[in-house]
Design a protein around this ligand. Sequence first.
Ligand code: SF4
Length: 356
Amino acid sequence: MSIVSDLFAGEIGVSVKTAVSVLTSYPASAAAFAKIVRGMKNAEQRRVGLAGKGMDVPPLLIVSTTEECNLSCKGCYACEQGRKTGEALSAARVSEVLDEASELGVSIVMLAGGEPLLSQNWLDAMSKHSELLGLVFTNGTLIDESRLEWFAEHRHIIPVLSIEGDAAQTDARRGAGIHMKVNQAMEAMRSSGIPFGAAITVTRQNMGDVLTDDFTCEYLQKGCRLFIYVEYVPVVPGTEPLVLSKADKKRLGDFTDRSAVKHATPFIAFPGNEEPYGGCLAAGRGFVHISAAGGVEPCPFAPFSDVNLKNATLKDALNSALLAKVRENHHLLVEGDGGCALWRNRELLTGLVVQE
Ligand code: SF4
């Protein structure tokens, strides 16, 4: 197993162990998490075995389960990239893909979109894999009684609700009244004893508000037990001034490290400081992205693929020529200001794709 995914898996492992300590206050979830930790150990052994045969399996899969969404947020990376849409994977194929992922040694599956609560196929398939940790990145506006029951039944799957800061900041990007809806969903989950997380898109505009103890304590009180800070990627031309500088990235990393210790709960910066891993973790070094149409891509911010899961196994896809080329050239994906190294170097990527 490459040193990279080894390190990355280690980091993830730490976060999950922290999560287990948190979840002792949620007995029903603690049992599910103990199973995930066992699953992660077994998965790591499978990855090590395959690495010995020259194959790198990333511990993390990021899946855009659908292009559909009930909101239209400003700067939505899913909407703005002009990704080739196509027919979604069938329910049967989705189920097979998660079986293959588990067999290969994947440990965590992030379900995003569009709005992942609009794609039941991936949720149903994920519900059958209690050895995997599922993170559902949802806008939170579709969480009703039946969803609460579903998450209560499948405690290896954690909802992560998107917010942008306070009510004004969230509504400005996501639409009037969305902040209130998200907080109502959080309260419903807290009172139902369902652990959840928050995903906060960090920009130069809101970092002074969301990288504060006041902000995190407010959400800890609301029952939030996982904080994922996602660096803004300027997919909308002209929004580059919102991107974190290198110094801002360091401040974000220091804040999440400090907060994780202070509050004894997972705080993750994404993609965060990739330098310890030798740079960008995309293309299978730490994770890969599966588009709604089944394309296997280096990253959610790199809408390029040369293989599709409609007619290839996940194993074959991870060995795709394009992913290999990105890995071979990752030294060219220079780290710099925030966001995404692949997005920043998309001309290079386009060049690699053309060569394919
Ligand atoms: S909720 Fe997510 S996918 Fe939907 S428009 Fe907003 S950012 Fe895009």
